[in-house]
Design a protein around this ligand. Structure first.
Ligand code: GUN
Ligand code: FE
Length: 493
């Protein structure tokens, strides 16, 4: 029935439309899901509005009381825009926190490729390796082995189901996912994201270079790479023909993993079909040297992507730590985006991403958890780490505070910055008429959470202080409800 699709969200709304301060507003937002997208139809900001006088609120919004559902924010919290994770490997979720002392290239071969390769319909893999689903308890594993008899993709289903649920529980309303080489399992990720209602870009990982990829985990060559990429793209477009909730993203893993011909054909494919692209760039010094060796005809890492047609305005480049000025200018002129992955950069010892320099160049920057180079799928944690790492960078740069990312700026990167990266600038990341209602409800002082104790003991804290405390001490226990396009997709148990 049409009437049930109109919701009034009432209470306190916090957002970061600019990087330097919180915007705190009190009032009501009307979301009409009849449009199919959950767009904000109207906002009324007025401190004197009272939800007890619902007829007055509705009059201001221009709707009838009987026509709406009311969602009131909890007294001890606020609505905040949903987080946008611009770089996460759904397939690596079981390895979160497992990286030992490795750095990028040995981490890939030791931990990452074997896990990714196992997420496919292959009974052999389960028979020999079924009990080693890292990070999953035995009961789950036994269930999977049992289910695998009737559902060949049970392993992938378990992992993808969990990563979507978990990221939603941390307030991630949009995620740009790398899956694996396997088309069927990657298609399943698209199905699950659509069913669970998370906004998601789904990438079938492409890698086919026999000298750089293991034999057990690579395509045969450019033809297979492109054909399988197309199969996944077309599947995702069937899952959500509007492309608003779930959409494909062309995903060459990184330059070293592909023949130059494959990179070029994937670039052409993205251009011809006007698709998003995601890959890695300049994350690790050994990787940069490798690219130089593998592509001697290209003057830089960025030039490899530029020459292959992958450097467009819908391209998200993860990491971007060791880029020179010429490369940054090239990225800026093409309008490509950079996903800053601070937890991963620290965990794998990759280096400092100079976020301030990127922003000063005019490049759009968002945050990525980069699970499982990053140990946590929480974007709030990525916000925190972006702030901390920026201070260490400032120290290395001689103590200049200009490098510091403030807390509001960290949140801005995780919402507004992310929206720019995924081509949703002005549509996601804030509370304005015409924007999509992708929102998390934050509750402070939740019993049992880290920040249950230090909540305004003396009564002198401003709301801004409490938002800061949420960022430094908060976790999923503070996320009470999550909506994507106005649809409730997570509720804390
Ligand atoms: N470079 C190539 N593949 C990967 C990956 O899976 N994670 C990270 N962090 N970097 C990569
Ligand atoms: Fe990554």
């Amino acid at each position: 029935m049409a009437t049930s699709q109109r919701t009034v969200f009432f209470g306190r709304f916090v957002s970061t439309p600019t990087p330097d301060a919180y915007l705190i507003q009190h009032g009501a937002i009307l979301v009409d899901r009849n449009d199919g997208h959950g767009v904000i139809a109207k906002c009324v900001w007025d401190d004197s509005l009272d939800a007890e006088q619902l007829d007055k609120v509705c009059a201001r919004l221009g709707v009838e009381v009987e026509d709406i559902r009311l969602v009131k924010c909890n007294e001890n919290g606020f609505f905040f825009p949903g987080f946008i994770d611009t770089h996460i490997h759904a397939s690596q979720y079981p390895n979160s926190g497992i990286f030992g002392k490795s750095t990028l290239l040995d981490w890939l071969t030791t931990y990452t490729f074997p896990l990714e390769a196992s997420l496919k319909a292959d009974p052999e893999v389960v028979a020999t390796n079924g009990n080693t689903v890292n990070g999953t308890n035995r009961e789950d594993v036994e269930q999977v082995v049992k289910k695998q008899k009737t559902d060949p993709l049970a392993r992938a289903r378990l992992v993808y189901d969990k990563v979507i649920s978990r990221t939603l529980s941390y307030g991630t309303t949009t995620a740009s996912y790398f899956a694996t080489l396997d088309v069927e399992a990657t298609n399943l990720l698209a199905d699950l994201a659509f069913m669970k209602g998370q906004r998601a870009y789904i990438g079938r990982v492409c890698m086919d270079h026999p000298e750089t990829c293991p034999e057990y985990y690579r395509d045969e060559g450019p033809d297979e790479t492109v054909q399988k990429a197309v199969a996944n793209i077309e599947y995702c477009q069937q899952v959500d023909p509007s492309g608003e909730l779930v959409a494909p993203i062309v995903t060459p893993r990184f330059a070293p993993s592909l023949h130059f011909e494959s990179l070029c054909r994937l670039g052409k494919l993205a251009q011809e079909r006007d698709l998003r692209v995601q890959t890695h760039i300049s994350e690790n010094v050994g990787e940069v040297a490798w690219v130089k060796e593998l592509f001697p005809e290209c003057e830089s890492y960025t030039a490899v992507y530029e020459k292959s047609g992958l450097l467009g305005s819908k391209t998200i480049l993860a990491h971007g730590i060791h880029l020179d000025d010429t490369e940054l200018d090239m990225i800026r002129s093409r309008g490509s985006k950079i996903s800053h992955c601070p937890s991963s950069n620290s965990a794998l010892g990759s280096g400092f991403c100079q976020v301030r320099r990127l922003l000063e160049k005019g490049i759009d920057v968002g945050l990525g958890t980069d699970v499982s180079g990053g140990y946590s799928c929480s974007t709030l944690d990525a916000v925190r780490q972006a702030c901390l790492v920026s201070r260490q960078l400032g120290y290395v740069k001689g103590g200049d505070k200009k490098w510091n990312i403030g807390v509001a700026e960290g949140l801005w990167l995780g919402t507004v910055g992310g929206a720019s990266c995924v081509g949703m600038a002005g549509k996601l990341g804030g509370f304005e008429k015409g924007m999509i209602f992708d929102v998390q409800e934050i509750e402070l002082g939740v019993a049992g959470s880290q920040n249950s104790g230090p909540v305004d003991i003396f009564g002198w804290e401003k709301l801004e202080d409490r938002v800061d405390k949420w960022v430094w001490n908060g976790d999923d226990r503070n996320v009470s409800r999550v909506w994507v396009g106005g649809r409730l997709v997570h509720e804390r148990k």
